[in-house]
Design a protein around this ligand. Structure first.
Ligand code: SF4
Ligand code: SF4
Length: 385
């Protein structure tokens, strides 16, 4: 059993990505902290938005045993339903189980006597079929206890995050130290928004800094300046997300104003910390919008020498499935990927109008044929290290 003091030091992460080549220079270990104050409509890590524990539900793996519903203390799960069908289309649900369906089937109490036949009265017995529908999760009632995940023995419910400590995470970071040294890489703290957990972020960055491991902070920039100022001394590079320079658009697509964000980036620049701007390109938001590209260049120039690079991050739809498994709607569901060649004009415009040679990240720098670019060299270094 863990001591209370250990629990106090625990926090939530959604992932630790080793051998990452998209989160700063070289080969890196990226830690994704859970919780974000923005709610970008295109977010590709939707499990990182809430600061609370969450679970994924994979309906294909569910055997309809009902154990999750039995385990839930908050009445947030409707147990699997037996439904009667006429051939290919559903007639109506005919029974709901208040406990484990498998138990009921086994002890013979799973009730054909409860079948309501009125709506199926037009169909003969041969034309009808039974199905057990998946459990239904009411996430508003959920108290995030994760007992359903523990109860599911079939891998249909899985945790979308894990609890950890600074010691544990930093131990993993150190495992790849030789790769950082051979590739010019290091550690990146990302999210969610790492500034929502400033103590954790500061501790991790400080340790790496003291061990002379390159550090990067991947941030939306939405935090009190005092918080940022207390962390900056341990940061080599800030990866700063620019969603939109237009405050009205920013509010519409992310739910928050960009005023504090832009104020903070100016202060970071004045503090002398290096910055890479990360510019997401998303359908309907800023794709294809030359004014946005020009705006990025003009804004970057106002930050003086602080901006060492600009990364263009085209939209990708890899997160569609994750939204589904979290029971959330995805505004951009079904929108196509934006590829490297789709943002070439955008890239050229930035290049021609400023001193930067922008990179295209996001979709791992791939084109429609699936060729990848700079990662190949880095991964060669991994194998020879
Ligand atoms: S989610 Fe898991 S526990 Fe719940 S009904 Fe499906 S298989 Fe059983
Ligand atoms: S995590 Fe939510 S749905 Fe699952 S058992 Fe706990 S309260 Fe119920």
């Amino acid at each position: 059993m863990k001591a209370e003091s250990d629990k106090k030091d625990e926090f939530l992460i959604t992932n630790i990505q080793r051998f990452s080549v998209n989160d700063g220079p070289g080969i890196r270990t990226t830690i994704f902290l859970k919780g974000c104050p923005l709610a970008c409509a295109w977010c590709h890590n939707p499990e990182s938005i809430s600061p609370l524990q969450e679970f994924f539900f994979d309906e294909e793996k569910c055997v309809r045993c009902g154990a999750c519903a039995d385990a839930c203390p908050a009445d947030a799960i409707k147990p699997p339903l037996k439904r009667k069908f006429v051939k290919d289309f559903e007639v109506r649900p005919i029974i709901s189980s208040t406990g484990s369906i498998l138990d009921k089937i086994q002890d013979g109490t799973f009730g054909s006597e409860e079948i309501t036949r009125s709506s199926a009265s037009m169909a003969s017995e041969e034309e009808m079929a039974d199905e057990i529908a998946a459990p239904q999760f009411d996430r508003d009632k959920c108290i995030h206890c994760m007992q359903c995940v523990d109860a599911c023995r079939y891998g249909a419910l899985t945790a979308a995050c894990r609890t950890t400590t600074v010691d544990e995470v930093y131990g993993e970071v150190l495992e790849d130290r030789k790769f950082y040294e051979s590739s010019g890489g290091g550690m990146t703290i990302s999210g969610g928004e790492p500034l929502m957990q400033p103590d954790v972020t500061r501790s991790l960055l400080k340790r790496a800094w003291q061990d002379q491991i390159h550090t990067a902070l991947d941030t939306t920039g939405l935090a009190k300046w005092e918080t940022i100022a207390s962390i900056l001394p341990y940061v080599n590079l800030v990866l700063f997300d620019i969603k939109s320079l237009d405050d009205r658009k920013h509010r519409k697509w992310t739910g928050v104003s960009n005023r504090l964000i832009l104020e903070n980036i100016r202060k970071i620049a004045r503090a002398g910390t290096k910055i890479r701007l990360r510019c997401v390109i998303v359908h309907d938001v800023n794709y294809w919008d030359p004014e946005h590209a020009r705006g990025i260049v003009e804004f970057a120039k106002t930050l003086g020498n602080a901006v060492v690079g600009i990364d263009i991050m085209p939209y990708h739809n890899f997160a569609d499935k994750k939204y589904e498994k979290l029971g959330r709607k995805h505004f951009f569901k079904g929108f196509p990927n934006i590829f490297r060649e789709d943002v070439e004009d955008y890239r050229e415009l930035i290049q021609k109008n400023g001193p930067w040679n922008p990179t295209v990240g996001g979709l791992i720098g791939s084109n429609r044929q699936g060729d990848t670019f700079h990662e190949t060299n880095l991964l060669n270094k991994v194998s020879s290290a």
